[in-house]
Ligand binder design. Structure first.
Ligand code: ACM
Ligand code: ZN
Length: 523
């Protein structure tokens, strides 16, 4: 019997004999109240394409003809996210310690069914067969993420939900939502209405074919707090944590356009139109800036239950701070060595505030410069160097090195045949080699929480284009984050499995980039 194609590949899989066929007798049953919402999600997603009644039932034990979900009797070693799945001719049993684990068992079950299961209408005449198999599965890392930038371009709520659904199939559990940028602030904050009246709109954007020419078209928008709550709740039902990113002290000129008193110069700001790095940033010597950010974060805490809050901290030029009397006075008063130490001071203030509110700070690897805040988690993006350094120093890290994880980079060598992108070349075969713990000593590897793929959207204006850049490269990232990287993992094998998986993504209506045919013939 050929092994079924499941992405990410399960840790252990043993084929059985025969298959279980869903029919009019089949019920979805659950043993515990914890299992009930996942059983309901499963039954609902199967009913439409199969046209079967699939009643939902509380049951103390598995019975013939049932798909049975339980949080009792699972092996403790599986942790919260692991599961076992056993399918034979009489039915299916999924066991886990928690609802998350059951949910991942369900995502695996989905991939044991014919592709037509992804249809959103009844597919008559299909044989809904589940191959007999025993699976024992658990993730390698607890942080398995994708980052979506909505500052440069934003995408409608239904697209964000579709993006979350596609993440769930691949057992991603973290959506890092990059909500604020120089080119636009995207989050309604009740206390500061100008953030959505002024900071959310720019006068023009660069044209994709020439980043030095503006299109002259105003662009903008934002997510209301109600929309944010809807997205966070939707993600929760798919066991995905939404980690908000509120950028500071750089990438913040959109805020200064509305509240100029928060910048060092105090005037002359506009929401940025060109991409790139902006010199005007928050004034780190002005107490009003800290008050403003604490107010904003207070509303953020209310919207996002995530323990981690991302505060950005990348690409903050120090030019303005060097010339600003307030910033220089702060450096003197706090006995700081220089402007890098001032940034470190800034981050430490924020860390204290987050900690007081029961949250944890994560920031880009620039937070290492000038001294790392004591409990900060580092997101390594300028390669893996920052992450390795932070892990060695005993800090938790998330690996998203641009060298493996920047999904805004070109995925074809012939850039004339690709949509315009920011530059660089990061093909699937290279992403496949991503190993979050590479070059980290064994006794520090537990500090690697995991990794993520980043989708920056300077050149990405539509949801279709987001999907084109994300898939299939994110499939390789998902597998690196879930399944242990072993020496026998082989790109040709990955490609042949991927061919089947891409057909599933196609059924789901995901606009993935096709794999270059010559890859199949590469030595
Ligand atoms: C980044 O790409 N500036 C984090
Ligand atoms: Zn200043």
């Amino acid at each position: 019997m050929q092994e079924p194609v499941i992405f990410p590949q399960p840790q252990e899989m043993t084929m059985g004999e025969g298959a279980f066929v869903l029919d009019g007798e089949t019920a979805v049953s659950y043993a515990t109240t914890t299992a009930q919402p996942v059983a309901d999600y499963l039954a609902q997603s199967l009913r439409v394409p199969t046209g079967l009644p699939l009643p939902l039932q509380l049951a103390a034990a598995p019975a013939a003809h049932n798909i049975y979900l339980t949080t009792e009797g699972a092996d403790e070693d599986l942790g919260e996210e692991g599961y076992t799945l056993h399918a034979d001719t009489t039915g299916v049993i999924i066991r886990a310690n928690a609802a998350n684990g059951l949910f991942y068992g369900v995502q695996t079950l989905r991939q044991l069914l014919p592709l037509a299961i992804e249809q959103e209408e009844w597919v008559p005449g299909e044989r809904w067969e589940i191959t007999a198999v025993s699976i024992r599965d658990f993730p390698r890392y607890p942080w398995r993420g994708l980052m979506l930038d909505v500052g440069r371009h934003l995408f409608p709520v239904p697209f964000i939900k579709k993006f979350i659904d596609t993440m769930a199939l691949h057992k991603f559990n973290t959506l890092h939502w990059h909500l604020t940028e120089d080119q636009g602030w995207r989050l309604e904050i009740k206390k500061y209405p100008l953030l959505t009246e002024i900071s959310a709109y720019r006068a023009a954007s660069p044209i994709p074919s020439d980043r030095h020419t503006l299109d002259g078209k105003p662009y903008g928008g934002f997510y209301t707090q109600d929309e944010v709550r809807e997205i966070v709740a939707y993600a929760q039902t798919r066991f995905i944590t939404v980690v908000p990113e509120i950028e500071m002290p750089g990438h913040s000129i959109a805020v200064l356009a509305a509240y100029p008193e928060l910048g060092c110069r105090g005037e002359g700001y506009a929401v940025r139109t060109f991409w790139g790095i902006e010199k005007d940033v928050y004034c780190a010597g002005n107490e009003a800036v800290y008050d403003f950010l604490q107010d904003v974060l207070t509303e953020v805490f209310d919207l996002f239950p995530s323990e981690f809050i991302h505060i950005g901290a990348d690409e903050c030029p120090k030019d303005r701070w060097r010339e600003c009397p307030k910033c220089q006075a702060k450096i003197a008063a706090e006995g700081l060595a220089d402007e890098y130490a001032l940034q470190s001071y800034f981050v430490r203030q924020m860390e204290g505030f987050l900690q007081k509110n029961g949250r944890r700070l994560v920031g880009w690897d620039e937070i290492l410069e000038g001294g790392l805040a004591p409990n900060a988690t580092v997101m390594s993006w300028r390669g893996s160097k920052g992450g390795i350094e932070a892990a060695k120093a005993g800090h938790d890290v998330v690996m998203s090195p641009n060298t493996f994880c920047y999904l805004d980079y070109y995925q074809g060598e012939d850039t004339d045949n690709e949509p315009a992108a920011i530059g660089n070349y990061l093909p699937l075969q290279h992403v496949f080699l991503f190993d979050p713990t590479a070059d980290i000593p064994a006794d520090k590897q537990h500090h690697v929480l995991g990794g993520q793929g980043n989708i920056w959207t300077e050149y990405i204006q539509t949801g279709d284009h987001v999907e084109y850049m994300t898939y299939p490269r994110a499939v390789a990232i998902a597998e690196a984050l879930w399944t242990a990287v072993s020496d026998d993992r082989n790109f040709t094998d990955f490609l042949h499995r991927l061919r089947v998986h891409l057909a599933r993504l196609g059924e789901m209506g995901v606009n993935y980039r096709p794999v270059d045919p010559e890859l199949f013939f590469a030595p």
